[in-house]
Design a protein around this ligand. Structure first.
Ligand SMILES: *Cc1c(COP(=O)(O)O)cnc(C)c1O
Length: 408
């Protein structure tokens, strides 16, 4: 492209065309961190190259950009890393975890008459998405307990088109046997989708256990700093990846360059954060288990947990995640509020997976749209608290929990 001589331009022209040619080169220095490409549109050297770029790639096979909704360098860099981290053929990033889940379900080719078999303890908004968006189109959704030994038989019996699960359930952190469910789904020809937000590729890579699509809310552990909202779907198959890209573009659900940049920055410390959060969570679980004000602790890292053996087999690094739940002896909402209001370090908030420790109370947060008896049937009592353990010094976390548990 010919470089224009800007010296003759009038102010109105100059202001419009000021940044087009100002690219760094090897001579001026290459930044060590990818710049944020705040550009909605991309220039090419001639019309023929623009034609290729609008098609998505150059004749060389190299990625090319034309319009940011269809793809941008920041989102693309994040997709490359996450696809590799999850052992998939590729990934597509989205503006939120929910947008990613929506696209994953669409890519699974749900049509009137098709059936989704879903674990019953799914993230609340995922349940709402299935009920409000997919069921009205004629899709049948069956929610059932997929944590027991009869899960494979249930899949064979139901013959679903899609199996949808989460690696760890919310809030009781029940673990899905990925090998069994993945194999059973494949046997009946179902597309298998797993939400792996709670485990991250540090603890388990579901594609290696036979899953087709892995989704994450990167808002949680991946970003990790409570400053970005995003989602991703990683695919084990190229055909599904193409559909995901098409839906991301068509629904306008893409991730912005700025959010992509923040998540890329967060990812640099993912394994360090996970190590610390998992180790802290195990110590906190052991502390809570012997506390006189605590009835019960749900954490698969505890040797007495019914799924401890499965967790040891499935999760890597001898670690069990940063999330746990516990039940107060005083099984009431008043006792739970009293405990939460007395915390000084752990935050009362509606997220998880951040560097700070944080508690949530499922009856007013993730499970607020259910009745008390529906919650009871899922094992969620009125004294149940979910704790996302952060990277603080573990003694400070334990001291804070202790003083809040014993305060009058
Ligand atoms: C938060 C969360 C989601 C939704 O993600 P958003 O980024 O908030 O849209 C989905 N699944 C799980 C397990 C989550 O924790």
């Amino acid at each position: 492209m010919k470089k224009p001589d800007r010296s003759s331009w009038k102010l109105d022209t100059l202001l419009v065309h000021s940044t087009e040619q100002d690219h760094v080169t090897e001579a001026t220095g290459i930044p060590t961190v990818q710049p944020i490409y705040a550009s909605t549109t991309y220039l090419h050297s001639d019309a023929e190259t623009l034609d290729y770029a609008l098609g998505g790639a150059l004749p060389s096979g190299e990625q090319a950009y034309a319009y940011a909704r269809q793809g941008n360098p920041n989102a693309h860099a994040l997709e490359s890393i996450l696809g590799q981290a999850e052992a998939g053929v590729g990934a597509v990033v989205f503006g939120s975890g929910m947008a990613a889940i929506h696209a994953a379900l669409l890519a699974a080719d749900l049509a009137p008459g098709s059936k989704v078999l879903a674990a019953q303890d799914l993230y609340g908004t995922t349940i709402t998405l299935l009920r409000k968006i997919f069921i009205p189109t004629g899709v049948e959704v069956v929610f059932c307990d997929l944590y027991g030994t009869d899960a494979a038989a249930r899949i064979e019996l139901e013959q679903p088109d899609v199996v949808y699960v989460e690696t760890l359930s919310n809030p009781l952190v029940k673990l899905i046997d990925l090998d069994t469910i993945g194999a059973a789904a494949r046997k009946v020809g179902a597309v298998s989708i797993v939400d792996s937000t709670f485990t991250t590729p540090y603890l388990v890579r579901p594609i290696e256990h036979g899953f087709d699509l892995v989704v994450h809310s990167t808002t949680k552990y991946m970003g990790g700093h409570g400053d970005s909202t995003g989602g991703v779907v990683i695919s084990a198959k190229n055909a599904l990846l193409d559909l995901l890209r098409t839906y991301a573009n068509m629904l306008g659900a893409m991730l912005s360059p700025f959010e992509s940049h923040l998540i890329m920055r967060g990812l640099k410390t993912l394994t360090l954060r996970m190590e610390r959060q998992c180790d802290n969570a195990l110590q906190v679980a052991c502390f809570l288990q012997q506390h006189p004000a605590v009835e019960r602790v749900h954490y698969p890292g505890l040797p007495g947990h019914p799924q401890h053996e499965l967790a040891t087999r499935l999760l890597e690094h001898g670690r069990f995640g940063g999330l746990l739940a516990f039940e107060l002896k005083a099984q009431s909402r008043a006792a739970a509020f009293h405990f939460m209001d007395n915390l000084q370090l752990c935050l009362r908030a509606a997220t998880l997976g951040d560097v700070f420790s944080q508690v949530s109370y499922p009856p007013i947060a993730s499970h607020r749209n259910l009745t008390e008896s529906e919650r009871q049937s899922m094992g969620i009592t009125e004294g149940c608290i979910r704790l996302s353990v952060g990277i603080e010094n573990v003694e400070d976390i334990i001291n804070d929990l202790d003083q809040a548990l014993t305060s009058r």
